[in-house]
Design a binder for this molecule. Structure first.
Ligand code: ADE
Length: 322
């Protein structure tokens, strides 16, 4: 289908070549060690994957190790995985989780990822009820910056949801999980049917449209913004059929207490016709958002809100060792 795996990067090729040698595999995966990384406890899981915390044995840098069981993957899952690796290798942005390296063995694949230890947006909204005005502005501005960057290099995420928006310990946003991502130029991928999570799905995903473009991410951003500001989802229903109807009819209502400029932003994004949705640049220009500058500083970014304690070190300490 013209959608074969992308060529290996020099690093991937090196680790792949190394792993052809049985002896090297044994050296790379020794007990709870993967390459240079010492593996610690589980911090997340997906359908084919688990995520564990790990430390670089020499530098003590923390990483998130996404462990994928290749034996359980069908060809479709393998294809999604090569897309994930291809997309992540291309992405270098302060608001996108970095892929540092890939370690391969016959049964498993280890993605060594930038560690974001501040939890995810879903849990944060669930524990805080909703985000305060300032936190919404800063968080949304950073998600937007990540999406603008991705779309600028023709990558569509296609699974934007609060669970995939992570925070570092100092509160910087990191968009994660590129398992459903695709290149815009990849026509067969653009024709794919359903990707992502139903409550975040754009109306065109339920229609027989032949081209699903970056506007599916823009729609998901509208759902995210609504969720951050109100603590509830714009489209909810007991059955999948009813949810589909709600989304296709654009049947949502923004509570009247939401600040006017934010209400306008939500309404500008959540439009049934993809072409009518607010452009990312237009959203970035909205004066409701707080611009965020890099290098990231929680003090600079939170001029009004209270800080949630001092930023924790992103590095492991000796106490982290057993
Ligand atoms: N869970 C999934 N990916 C993660 C990451 N990069 N950092 C922390 N926790 C995660």
């Amino acid at each position: 289908d013209g959608d074969g795996p992308p060529p290996l990067s020099p690093l991937q090729k090196l680790t792949t070549d190394m792993c052809k040698d049985e002896k090297t595999i044994k050296e790379l995966i020794i007990g709870r060690r993967v390459g240079f990384y010492k593996v610690r406890g589980e911090i997340g899981y997906g359908t084919f994957s688990r995520v564990k915390l790990a430390f670089h044995a020499l530098t003590r840098d923390k990483v998130a190790l996404k462990i994928l069981d290749r034996t359980r993957m069908d060809p479709q899952a393998q294809r999604l995985l090569s897309r994930e690796i291809g997309s992540m290798e291309a992405l270098q942005h302060p608001n996108v989780v970095r892929l540092y390296e890939v370690v391969e063995t016959p049964c498993r694949l280890y993605l060594v990822l930038e560690y974001a230890g501040g939890g995810d947006l879903h849990n944060r909204i669930c524990s805080e009820g909703k985000l305060c005005d300032t936190a919404c502005k800063i968080t949304f501005a950073q998600i937007l910056a990540a999406i603008k960057y991705m779309h600028g290099i023709n990558i569509i995420h296609r699974d934007l949801k609060a669970e995939n928006i992570l925070f570092t310990c100092s509160g910087c946003v990191k968009v994660a999980d590129f398992g459903f991502s695709t290149q815009v130029s990849n026509r067969s991928a653009a024709l794919d049917t359903f990707c992502g999570s139903p409550p975040y799905a754009a109306p065109e995903l339920f229609r027989d449209e032949c081209y699903l473009g970056p506007q599916v991410d823009v729609w998901a951003m509208g759902v995210l913004l609504f969720f951050m500001v109100t603590g509830t989802m714009p489209f909810r229903a007991e059955t999948m059929g009813k949810l589909r109807r709600c989304i296709m009819d654009c049947a949502y209502s923004v509570p009247p207490w939401v600040p006017g400029p934010c209400q306008r932003l939500i309404r500008g994004i959540l439009k049934a016709a993809p072409a009518e949705r607010c452009a990312v640049d237009q959203m970035l220009g909205c004066d409701w958002l707080l611009p965020v500058e890099f290098p990231w500083s929680p003090l600079a970014a939170r001029p009004l809100g209270p800080l949630r304690g001092p930023p924790e070190s992103e590095r492991g300490s000796l106490e982290d060792e057993e």
